[in-house]
Design a protein around this ligand. Sequence first.
Ligand code: CUA
Length: 302
Amino acid sequence: MSASTTGVQTDALFIAMVLLCGGMALLLAGIIVFFAVRYRAGSSANRERPPSHANGLEAAWTLLPLLLFLGVFAWAAWVYVGQRQPPADALPVYVTGKQWMWKLQHPGGRREINELHVPLGQPVRLVMTSEDAIHSFYVPAFRVKQDVLPGRYSYLWFTATRLGDFRLFCAEYCGSEHSAMVGRVVVMQPADYARWLQAGPAEPGLAERGARLYREHGCSGCHDAGSIVRAPSLDNIFGRTVHLQDGRERRADETYLRDAMLLPAQDIVAGYAPQMPTYAGQLSEEDIQALIAFLSQPRATP
Ligand code: CUA
């Protein structure tokens, strides 16, 4: 039984396709057997009169299955697109795959290894990357699976619909301990989840750590109002559309902000000089997550 909204949709689609395809296969096999028997050598079936009015029939058996299967395609496309677009209020959690474990980071500060606690009935959005090989985040009960790649973010979202523990696997061969890269997702009542978040060791929140890195790496020296070097303002940058020098537009999501830190030369903001240095090699994945958490908070330069 599935345990997420995605699972309910995926299962319904899967069962419908099995029934439809199975029904079609049985129907066709039945027709083949029927005609093979009826027109076997030596049977007395009438072979004299070829059908003269079969155009309508032929159109029907062509068009009906076509429409039926196009309908399945539209349904599946609708489910797929929905699974690619997390709701705006989804709770972000950062996932880092590493040979051979899952590192989970809640924006509130709490960190976990190979265990992910989530609240029941609330959309959760995973922002995932890898420190080494390609992994794949797979929760069978939620019917979700997504590759986790080094050097970029991939996304996954779900809304859990049942309380309990669900198994988490790595579904991409990633080295000798791949089969041991397992964990669990714990679905809790929202109130229990809130208590669990508070109960962790007193660590600074991700955004707080990001604010510290923002100062330490000198980001504020260029990006804040009143600085000598003129760089784009990062106030409330998250989710905005950024216009680039070469005419492209990018939405300032996690992927954009990550690229802006590591590959600044590829996305020069319209109206600004290409003078941002790359921070590749200076920031760990955790540092980047912290900076993004800081930048995605509502913020205004004092
Ligand atoms: Cu990680 Cu397989």
